[in-house]
Design a protein around this ligand. Structure first.
Ligand code: ADP
Ligand code: NA
Length: 350
């Protein structure tokens, strides 16, 4: 069977927000304790929606700084940027030939990001999930902590792995590169693991502060819709005060959040930030007005985020240090990825 290995990535596209932190980075930190982890700044993904960026290098450094400021250890684990390891793109090409166009056409993120003018979206945007599968599988990683918005992409990574394992079954045996694994109940001999998504907690998808039906996102044009990791305490308080809610008091039971997406979102954020369940938070705040709950939430958000913000700023002032971390991580990642690509070449017959 496969040795457990955690992989995940964040795009260097604009401000990191509370959704990225709660949905991804905080989980990255927690997983380090018991696992071998690889955390990647996915710069090749950043050019799929928009090719030209003002300061891509600065953005890459700022994600690396956020990882480290949040508590990721780049010595025990690996922190690097994707383009430093060309094997990601190489395996993605193979996966483009494994995946079917029909699979890609069903991806809801592609539909959202491409918008109405789909004919004008880049081919890279369509192939994005195939590169994401390569990011993970070039290390034969088994576990992927992400937000709930990435669930469909991880299912696709499983489909690609499974198709590869089946299509090349005899070659995998012949080359002696495969591993025995159990898929469902079935014993299988394959080269790539079927990755397990690690999604969950009280806020698996953090929603916009302006619209409880849309996810909090870097690409939302309204800055009031999100809390950025670099926001100061006053800004956080102002944004939470202005967050959309409804006129009713908070319910005392989770059922009472039904049909109240904005209230549910704020309670979920409070629960995630305090490591409690929503039920527990409502046991404390049920019956209270938002005029009471919002300042409490803002205080909590500041308490959790302020140390990270301070450390991020300090790290970003020392670009030589960040660049050295990325270079070292890139070299260690590349050594692992090269091994995989040598084996994949043998399996395919290059
Ligand atoms: P964005 O979607 O803001 O462009 P990325 O695509 O780089 O950010 O996502 C980085 C990580 O953050 C992914 O694991 C993604 O699932 C997670 N994530 C992004 N937005 C949210 C959100 N609103 N709630 C929870 N997790 C999120
Ligand atoms: Na995303």
């Amino acid at each position: 069977t496969f040795k457990p290995l955690v992989f995940s990535g964040v795009q260097p596209t604009g401000n990191l927000h509370l959704g990225n932190y709660l949905g991804a980075i905080r989980k990255f930190v927690a997983l380090q304790e018991d696992n071998d982890c690889i955390y990647c700044v996915v710069d090749l993904h950043a050019i799929t929606a928009q090719l030209v960026h003002d300061d891509l290098k600065g953005q890459i450094r700022s994600i690396a700084a956020a990882f480290i400021a949040s508590g990721i250890d780049p010595v025990k684990h690996i922190v690097f940027n994707q383009s430093a390891v060309p094997q990601h793109a190489e395996l993605a090409w193979i996966f483009n030939c494994v995946a079917r166009i029909g699979w890609m056409n069903r991806m809801t993120q592609f539909k959202d990001k491409a918008g109405k003018d789909r004919e004008n979206a880049s081919l890279g945007l369509l192939a994005y999930p195939s590169l994401m599968a390569a990011d993970i599988l070039v290390y034969r990683a088994t576990h992927v902590p992400v937000g709930d918005d990435q669930k469909q992409h991880l299912e696709l990574a499983r489909d690609i792995a499974q198709r590869f394992n089946i299509d090349f079954g005899p070659k995998i045996r012949e080359t002696g590169t495969g591993v025995d694994m159990i898929v469902g109940e079935e014993p299988i001999h394959g080269y790539f693991p079927l990755v397990e998504p690690l999604i969950g907690g009280p806020a698996p998808r953090v929603m916009s502060l302006k619209d409880g039906t849309k996810k909090m996102s870097k690409s939302d044009p309204s800055d009031l819709s999100r809390i950025n990791l670099m926001d100061d305490a006053d800004t956080i308080l102002k944004k939470i005060r202005k967050a959309k809610t409804d006129p009713d008091a908070l319910p005392s039971e989770v059922d009472g959040l039904e049909g109240r997406p904005e209230a549910g979102n704020l309670v979920g954020i409070y629960a995630a930030l305090s490591d409690r369940t929503k039920a527990d938070v409502l046991a404390e705040f049920g019956g209270q007005q938002f005029s009471v709950f919002k300042p409490a939430l803002a205080d909590l958000a500041v308490e959790v985020l302020a140390p990270i913000t301070t450390e991020m700023r300090r790290l970003m002032d020392d670009t030589t240090h960040i660049d050295a971390i990325l270079k070292d991580g890139g070299e260690r990642a590349r050594a692992r990825a090269e091994k995989t690509m040598n084996e994949v070449s043998d399996i395919i017959g290059f």
